[in-house]
Design a protein around this ligand. Structure first.
Ligand code: PMP
Length: 287
């Protein structure tokens, strides 16, 4: 993805896409001193860009480093890069990492770098995935407990687990992995939160070991507006047997219906579709 035309914002300057580089001895590469965001662009407008900028700053704080930009400044950069690149329906990737002043697990002696890139990206999964639903494989990899990893942060290091789970699922012919938490309860997919529809009510796991997604919070609010009951609770994997519908939420996934988890099938049903439609309307609203 590095060999293309365009501009990336890097440490306060706009640089040609191919020249947006960091040093090979960066702490972010060796020791996982890095956090990032994903922001979706609809009709040229980044959705909830300030919330994502605030989360980027909060993620860095969880890893004990401070970003040298306010959320308002990061929001302004996001809007600028989207407009410069002429993105209509796309994605923005802000990322921050510790630099290469020293080679040490210790992080404090390193500078902090920030970059923002954006590209056109209308759909995450293949055409038809929204209508048909995707297929998940329960992973043998689990989300770590909150006393083992900075689970509230969108920390690059945590994605090592997601990559293992996702690669394993894809190699077995699935679209994505479903991860359990350290207690063996349902947690999330590799880049999205999980909802079950049981008897017309939404059930979603307590986000105490994974990201409390911005889309998750948005969908919970939309469900309230639609008069749906939302139950946030610990959910055992066996309860999938009770679910009529299952869906994922995420900035990139949006409201993504799930067709199967392992060999259990679900319908792409009316509750999921109502929420997907309400979310689609909200993100494209111009007022
Ligand atoms: N969990 C993980 C692991 C993710 O990467 C994401 C995407 N950021 C989410 C959940 C959903 O978060 P959001 O709705 O804020 O995109």
């Amino acid at each position: 993805f590095d060999d293309r035309d365009g501009t990336v914002w890097l440490d306060g300057a706009f640089v040609p896409w191919r020249e947006a580089r960091l040093h090979v001895l960066s702490h972010g590469l060796h020791y996982g001193g890095a956090v990032f965001e994903g922001v979706r662009v609809y009709g040229g407008r980044p959705f909830k860009s300030v919330e994502h900028a605030e989360r980027l700053r909060a993620s860095a704080r969880e890893l004990n480093f401070a970003l040298p930009y306010t959320a308002a400044e990061l929001d302004a950069v996001t809007r600028e890069i989207v407009s410069r690149e002429g993105i209509t329906d796309g994605y923005v990737r802000p990322v921050a990492w510790r630099g290469a002043e020293q080679i040490s697990v210790s992080g404090a002696g390193n500078s902090v770098h920030v970059a923002v890139a954006a590209w056109e990206w209308p759909h995450v999964f293949a055409d038809g995935a929204q209508e048909r639903g995707i297929r998940l494989k329960t992973s043998r990899w689990r989300r770590p407990s909150p006393d083992t990893a900075p689970v509230r942060a969108k920390a690059a290091s945590l994605y090592a687990i997601g990559t293992l789970a996702r690669d394993e699922a894809e190699a077995a012919g699935f679209d994505d992995a479903l991860l359990l938490d350290h207690r063996g309860r349902l947690a999330e997919a590799t880049g999205a939160n999980l909802f079950l529809v049981i008897d017309g009510e939404l059930h979603t796991p307590v986000p105490d070991g994974f990201l409390d997604g911005i889309t998750r919070q948005t969908v919970i609010a939309l469900a309230g507006e639609l008069g749906l009951t939302v139950r946030v609770r610990g959910i055992d994997p066996a309860e999938l047997a009770l679910a009529d519908e299952v869906f994922l939420t995420g900035t990139a996934y949006e409201v993504q219906p799930v067709r199967t988890v392992d060999d259990r099938a679900f319908t792409v049903g009316k509750t999921t579709l109502r929420l997907a439609e309400a979310y689609g309307e909200l993100v494209r609203r111009t007022d």
